[in-house]
Design a protein around this ligand. Structure first.
Ligand code: URA
Length: 239
């Protein structure tokens, strides 16, 4: 990201104002004074203004373990937004990547990297999402084969699940990539199962790990680079 845009985003003023700060030799990148406001900075550069370090996150990507009873959009009359679960300083910058139902828990991303967001939600990129599914009656082993072929889920929508792994009588992991509205519930509904609990455990290269419900963490370093590469992006592409 360009230095002037970055400093402006950090609340140091308009682009014009920030340019003045840079011209006044008050800004250092990796301990060297810079006077060129157009240089590009990267996530691992150390930026200081008047020798005070500025948190250098040109882009923010947050992984949240969504609890039940929160919605993954901005406003709803019944449920609070998942944005209430992240700090105010990030809340204004990020957008939610895709949607989970209010009663679905687990991995959801928020980012201000628009290209990353668009690609992660574009079905052409075949981003895999893995869900832990608990259903209301015994899972038939034949479902594994059935879910390996395209399935008509109604409303003229046919999807191709990636993999069904049955864990026990009522529990399975389902991996999908299409991202249709209520896709998992509609897939199981087609075979007369109700989904009684749904948790997203993986998205692209990311997993929930030991993050507790309602907790979040920043995606940085190698984890961020791997996420970018899953949608054919490099760190430099989106700056
Ligand atoms: N499929 C669903 O049915 N619900 C979700 O929240 C996500 C995928």
């Amino acid at each position: 990201m360009r230095l002037d845009r970055f400093l402006s985003q950090q609340g140091l003023g308009t682009r014009k104002g920030v340019k003045k700060i840079i011209n006044a030799c008050r800004v250092k990148v990796n301990n060297k004074i810079v006077t060129d406001n157009t240089i590009y900075i990267y996530g691992d550069d150390i930026i200081t203004v008047d020798d005070k370090q500025i948190e250098n996150l040109p882009y923010i990507t947050i992984l949240l373990n969504k609890p039940e009873g929160y919605i993954s959009s901005l406003i709803d009359e019944t449920y609070p937004s998942i944005l209430n679960l992240i700090p105010d300083r990030y809340k204004k910058r990020v957008k939610i990547v895709g949607r989970l139902d209010a009663d679905t828990t687990g991995l959801i991303l928020l980012t201000d990297n628009g290209v990353l967001n668009a690609r992660l939600t574009n079905p052409n990129y075949h981003i895999q999402k893995r869900y832990k599914v608990v259903v209301n009656h015994i899972l038939k082993p034949s479902l594994v084969d059935i879910f390996s072929s395209p399935i008509d889920i109604g409303r003229n929508e046919v999807v191709q699940p990636d993999k069904l792994e049955i864990v026990d009588e009522y529990t399975a992991y389902l991996t999908i990539h299409d991202g249709k509205y209520h896709e998992v519930k509609r897939l199981f509904g087609k075979f007369s199962y109700d989904v009684v609990s749904l948790e997203r455990v993986n998205l692209a290269t990311l997993s929930l790990g030991d993050l507790k419900r309602g907790e979040w963490r920043l995606i940085q370093g190698d984890e961020y680079i791997s996420l970018l590469s899953s949608v054919h992006l490099k760190k430099e592409d989106t700056l």
